[in-house]
Design a binder for this molecule. Structure first.
Ligand SMILES: NC(=O)c1ccc[n+]([C@@H]2O[C@H](COP(=O)([O-])OP(=O)(O)OC[C@H]3O[C@@H](n4cnc5c(N)ncnc54)[C@H](OP(=O)(O)O)[C@@H]3O)[C@@H](O)[C@H]2O)c1
Length: 177
């Protein structure tokens, strides 16, 4: 099984602002609607494992359910799902090892790991194989961080780096084991 992160951060490593808002992701002019590599990335995974906070933010958006692949929400609380979501969303909980065993039982082989706390838990367990980070040129100063403390450094191999929309730097790293 492989686990991948595809996420956008501020220059100070934050994944949302101090109000859990994501407006900073939409500030860069994008006249052609470039998806910044999301479509190519999502085609490489067969399920999304996201934290409850991320799920709550997406579920509260005034948009249709945006995912076309199964979504596993890590949560310790009951989930209230719409009819549309019931086909695609499953709750799960436990340690990283337990969650990965469950994903394997459900037949998933390539996971998109999403949400700050979830990424941090998978990194702490050294269970992330690739990291794609799109850096937005803003210092937010407040908000949840992508990275937390680790007991040992994790080294990565740079695979690709590109400038997008003349403003964003997207970098893909593979875990160097
Ligand atoms: N910039 C980006 O690209 C990007 C991407 C994703 C998310 N975001 C933003 O990041 C913010 C959310 O990140 P976050 O770090 O606050 O939270 P998160 O990782 O999305 O969710 C954390 C929550 O998940 C549950 N949880 C965590 N580990 C668990 C486990 N092992 N088993 C069961 N439940 C577990 C807990 O909720 P309960 O115990 O309460 O159930 C916990 O409070 C949102 O604002 C979101 O919009 C930004």
């Amino acid at each position: 099984m492989r686990q991948h992160v595809f996420i956008a951060t501020s220059l100070d490593g934050r994944i949302a602002d101090g109000n859990n808002g994501l407006d900073f992701l939409q500030q860069t002019p994008n006249p052609t609607g470039d998806d910044l590599g999301y479509g190519d990335f999502i085609a490489t995974v067969d399920a999304i494992v996201m934290g409850r906070n991320t799920y709550d933010v997406v579920a509260a958006m005034d948009i249709d359910w945006p995912y076309r692949i199964p979504v596993v929400v890590l949560t310790n609380r009951p989930l209230t799902l719409t009819e549309e979501q019931q086909q695609q969303v499953r709750p799960c909980c436990g340690s990283v090892a337990e969650v990965m065993a469950q994903m394997s039982d459900w037949g998933y082989h390539s996971l998109y790991i999403d949400g700050g706390q979830i990424v941090q838990q998978f990194l702490a367990a050294d269970c992330i194989d690739s990291l794609t980070i799109t850096q937005i040129p803003v210092v937010l100063g407040q908000g949840p961080q992508l990275f937390a403390e680790l007991t040992q450094p994790l080294w990565w191999q740079l695979e690709h780096s590109q400038v997008l929309l003349e403003q964003l730097v997207q970098t893909r790293y593979r875990r160097q084991r």
